[in-house]
Ligand binder design. Structure first.
Ligand code: BG6
Length: 469
């Protein structure tokens, strides 16, 4: 395999504010739902931020971003995906005026990226609903939240119009079906109705389309994408019942890209709404707003899952979307089923369905690392398991490109170790750069290059030619 990736392929890495920045109450930042979920996105919620919550300090990216971006530039990053914390800009979410110190922080970050020729790719909202809006309005359950969000996006588009070209609206927008708390919905998961969830989804879809419209108006050369979790669902057996179960489960997710890419509710959703007693309140003008479709589709890809019509047994844990164990796949230490070919499959199915450029904005292996000293006395991690995972997945991207799929870029998740989202642990590491922080909060926060750091550097340098088949 010696063909190169496209010349302008955007290689890089990705992080989210709440998992790396820390400084949760500095320079006027307000609280978000992440500050009160010390065990991760599945809850429970604490009344106040508590010391055990590793996200409060993260990896202190807030103060160390210059050092970190320099390391990314050493690897040759062309793009760096990060999110803006809504609560740095509007601490409660409903203020009249934005917080200048919060705005300045991201100005500095974007300037630092450009200093090294790194293009920022900004997620507008990555699981960080302001806690105040979550408590007062029940997050995206309320239509009011669209207005607050609109103000927030206008503010950041205007402020960063000369610094940021690539934007994503909501991180993993389809996660709301599985984890309503991520959309700031405080109703306990066992009390929430499908109607309430889909109403909140409607608000988010309108907000996403509105952001796309506003972004295109304020930054005419911008590229604005949607972002979903991609977990292909295979039938567990050839039993047509299993095939149908998998097909329906897949559609639950495809619904989100269908609306954001095609600009309207898909034909099949009517029946689903009817059978589930979902009666959406759609206001005049919403359908018009939804027509503001995205320029590209971005997604996270970690695993695939199986579906069976017969058994609910054997549920695997996973990246929000769970499924039945696939007997042909190995899994990560956290039980996520490793399936590189699934990535080629996802890329092809998305491209076939939408004919839009694709961007893989998250992929990687969460694993326990051991920090050792090499023969020169330098601390490092020999993470061959991570290199293998990434190598095998990126080969499948290359295959998809050979298939004819248009792929804009690839940002590996957690390019520097950070606090995990699902379990809020430090020991679940994804990075090319090791951060000295432990699950009990101890550690110097020093950064060390892992073996994969040099591997990724070479991969970017050779534009993919160094991949091993
Ligand atoms: C995605 C999220 O779901 O998966 C990230 O967008 C998250 O925020 C990533 O970190 C990996 O999940 P985890 O739980 O291993 O951190």
């Amino acid at each position: 395999m010696n063909k190169k990736f496209p010349e302008n392929f955007l290689w890089g890495g990705a992080v989210a504010a709440n998992q790396c920045e820390g400084a949760y109450d500095e320079d006027g930042k307000g609280l978000s739902i992440e500050d009160v979920t010390p065990k991760g996105i599945r809850g429970p919620i604490t009344k106040e931020p508590t010391k055990e919550n590793l996200k409060l300090k993260g990896i202190d990216f807030y103060h160390k971003y210059k050092e970190d971006i320099k390391l990314f530039s050493e690897m040759g990053f062309k793009v760096f995906r990060l999110s803006i914390a809504w609560t740095r800009i509007f601490p409660n979410g409903d203020e009249e005026n934005p917080n200048e110190l919060g705005l300045e922080f991201y100005d500095d970050i974007f300037d630092e990226c450009h200093k090294y020729g790194i293009e920022p790719l900004v997620t507008i909202s990555h699981y960080e609903m302001p806690l105040y809006l979550a408590k007062k309005y029940n997050g995206w359950s309320s239509r009011k939240t669209i207005d607050f969000f609109e103000k927030y996006v206008r503010t950041i588009f205007n402020r960063y119009k000369n610094k940021v070209k690539y934007w994503l609206t909501f991180n993993e927008i389809n996660s709301i079906i599985h984890m309503p708390l991520l959309a700031g919905i405080m109703t306990p998961a066992d009390k929430i109705t499908k109607s309430e969830i889909y109403q909140a989804i409607h608000h988010q879809l309108v907000a996403s389309a509105l952001a796309t419209k506003i972004g295109h108006e304020i930054i005419p050369n911008s590229k604005i994408g949607c972002m979903v979790i991609a977990v292909p669902i295979y039938p567990l057996t050839p039993d047509p019942e299993d095939v149908m179960t998998a097909f329906k489960a897949d559609r639950e997710n495809l619904f989100f890209t269908d609306v954001q890419v095609k600009g309207k509710y898909p034909f099949y959703i009517k029946r689903y709404f009817k059978e589930n007693n979902i009666d959406l309140k759609i206001e005049l003008g919403d359908e018009e707003i939804l027509k503001n479709t995205v320029d590209f589709i971005s997604f996270s890809y970690y695993m695939s899952a199986c579906a069976s019509s017969k058994s609910e047994e054997n549920k695997k844990s996973g990246n929000m979307i769970m499924g039945v164990k696939n007997p042909y796949l190995k899994e990560s230490e956290w039980g996520w089923q490793i399936d590189p070919k699934g990535l080629r499959y996802v890329l092809n199915t998305f491209y076939e369905r939408y004919d839009k450029p694709l961007f893989i904005v998250e992929n990687g292996l969460g694993a326990k690392d051991e920090l050792i000293e090499d023969e020169n006395g330098n601390k490092t991690v020999i993470d061959d398991y991570r290199i293998k995972y990434l190598n095998d997945h990126i080969i499948e991207i290359k295959e998809a490109i050979e298939d004819g799929v248009e792929v804009m870029g690839y940002t590996s998740w957690g390019c520097i170790d950070l606090v995990s989202a699902s379990t809020a642990e430090m020991s679940k590491r994804y990075g090319f750069i090791y951060v000295d922080r432990n699950d009990d909060g101890s550690g110097t926060l020093s950064r060390y290059k892992k073996k994969s750091f040099y591997w990724y550097k070479e991969l970017i340098e050779t534009n993919g030619e160094s991949l091993e088949k």
